[in-house]
Write a new protein. Structure first.
Length: 256
């Protein structure tokens, strides 16, 4: 029996290995979205490791070529029925600036997949990006206050996709990837290519993580299509997050 890639191995008191759902996945949220001490420590350590990894990559690539506006022009415009339905839902639920952040995140995620040589379907990638902040929408404030906004959005994304004929597996993969996008470390090997690039695209847009991969003209090309607000505060609606959850921890650590 093969373990789900969205899980990790833990040891029982008897020394047996069992698969535990990855933090942020929909299966993980079935038990509780409040972080255990172990999970909090993992996130704190993961943030430090990620910051070091980005700094090292930036130093190694200081004189190498970056994505240009021509690369941005090659990003597919997804106009399928499910993509339109996803955008309609995002428009109905989220603030304008949040939706534009999701649109820009699609570009960064698609280019990240090319940079890291990961195979991700463009329609799936667009839908995951445009829906990744559903949990921040006005109508989801109560649900987010009682839980974790990323998981709330992941569940709604899964339900939307299944309503449009997607099978449970692919729909759950999108939901899991959205739920995990707040995690500081998401690997293609353990969590899947979609989850990997979805953890980077939005972080690039919000924090600038991985910005060394993109030329200034590439950034201008994306932001001319989907303008950025003057302050990242416009991307953070005034929302009360559930106690003991990832959003609370990340805000406390200054990441968010």
């Amino acid at each position: 029996m093969t373990a789900d890639p969205r899980s990790h191995q833990i040891m029982t008191s008897k020394g047996d290995e069992v698969a535990k759902p990855a933090v942020g996945s929909l299966a993980w949220a079935e038990t509780s979205v409040r972080l255990s001490r172990r999970e909090r420590n993992q996130i704190v350590a993961g943030i430090a490791r990620t910051q070091v990894a980005w700094a090292l990559e930036r130093a190694r690539r200081s004189n190498r070529s970056r994505f240009t506006s021509a690369d941005v022009d090659r990003v597919p415009i997804v106009d399928t029925a499910v993509a339109r339905a996803a955008r309609d839902l995002a428009d109905a639920v989220c603030d304008y600036h949040v939706v534009e952040h999701c649109e820009r995140s699609y570009y960064w995620s698609w280019l990240t997949a090319k940079f890291e040589r990961l195979d991700v379907d463009s329609e799936v990638l667009y839908v995951a990006n445009i829906l990744h902040d559903l949990g921040l929408g006005e109508r989801n404030r109560d649900a987010a206050r009682d839980g974790d906004f990323a998981v709330v959005g992941g569940m709604q994304a899964r339900d939307l996709l299944m309503a449009h004929g997607w099978a449970l597996g692919p729909a759950t993969e999108v939901g899991d990837s959205i739920g995990m996008h707040l995690n500081p470390i998401v690997s293609a090997e353990r969590h899947g290519a979609l989850a990997r690039v979805l953890s980077i695209g939005p972080a690039m847009d919000f924090f600038g993580f991985g910005s060394h991969r993109f030329s200034d003209e590439a950034v201008v090309a994306v932001t001319s299509r989907h303008p950025r607000p003057s302050s990242t505060k416009d991307l953070l609606p005034d929302i009360e997050h559930g106690p003991g959850t990832r959003p609370v921890l990340l805000l406390k650590l200054g990441v968010g």
